[in-house]
Design a protein around this ligand. Sequence first.
Ligand code: UD1
Length: 358
Amino acid sequence: MRVVSVVGARPQFVKLAPVAHAMAAAGVEHVIVHTGQHYDPMLSDVFFRDLGIPAPDLHLGVGSGGHGAQTGAMLAALDEALPSLDPDWVLVYGDTNSTLAAALAAVKLHIPVAHLEAGLRSFNRAMPEEINRVLTDHAADLLLTPTAVGAEHLAAEGLDASTVVVGDVMTDVLLQVRDRVAGSPSPVMEELGLAEGGYSLATIHRAENTDDAARLREILDSLASVDHTVVLLAHPRLGAKCAEHGLALEDCASLRIHPPLAYPDLIASTLHARGVVTDSGGLQKEAFLLRVPCTTVRPQTEWVETVELGWNVLVEPGDALVAAASRPRPAEPAKELAHPYGDGRAAERVVEILLQRA
Ligand code: UD1
């Protein structure tokens, strides 16, 4: 069996890692195509290096652009590249423009498509990721969903026949890396001279939070008003949007600005943090799995279990954000609810199902 994985953006490299290892262990021929959506070394190369992912077999070098231009360039390049790779499956990950382009290219070439992390919904169609994931689910032949809630969403859209619950592959990699870095110090704590549990980590990059100058300013002001140090790990989109809006992105009050972290450093820094403030999907779940309280600057989340169990709070910027970032630790979830994202072996299940259905 030959599987072509198409990836392009930071969270996809994290998801690819356990899948690539499970493919190798099962003796599956695995071809990795990188669209080039993320090209900064800290958003791309370090993930391949730190997570032991084989170098991409093909790099499309698409780069940044508007949604239409970026997605269209990937679609054209994949339309050219996929036929000669002759895959049994094209495997697409998550909800980025790379996901949608690869699903669309493959389905039009009559190549079977499997969507990993299918069924997640925010029900907010203003998010580019929501459009990407809905369209990808409806184009794909096999829907590999992380949770029971994901399966319910797919069933509600008439897609239950192609759905399989496999667990969350990000949990696989998180648990492995957590064990690897458990004894090591927090890189940001050491670098910035912070006390154990005395800081929160923040990431803000979503279009809904960065494209509007007033909203972005309010978020930065809120982070600077938290009653302890907030280390903001600045995604390139954040820097670019601050420059465009004439906002200075620099240390002030409780706010410290830091470049993005490599994955093991992010996990080690989260383990020693008091809290996380974010609009990332992955980090909300990582904080929950590491049992660090999370404050999410979004009106909805796809990872509803984190909120239901009390470890994640959705806020608007302003007083609500500032108060939530300082709230006390919630109670440990009841034993039967404590592991909604699987047992850390989702990638093995993914490969097994692809083999069964090839
Ligand atoms: C993308 C995904 C988002 C995911 C995020 C993780 C889509 C629609 N969005 O958002 O779901 O959570 O990745 O990081 O696919 N840029 C750089 N260097 C890079 C990449 C981007 O400077 O390596 C800058 C460019 O100015 C670009 C902007 O960031 O215009 C946005 O990049 P883009 O790939 O469009 O989306 P992200 O915001 O990274």
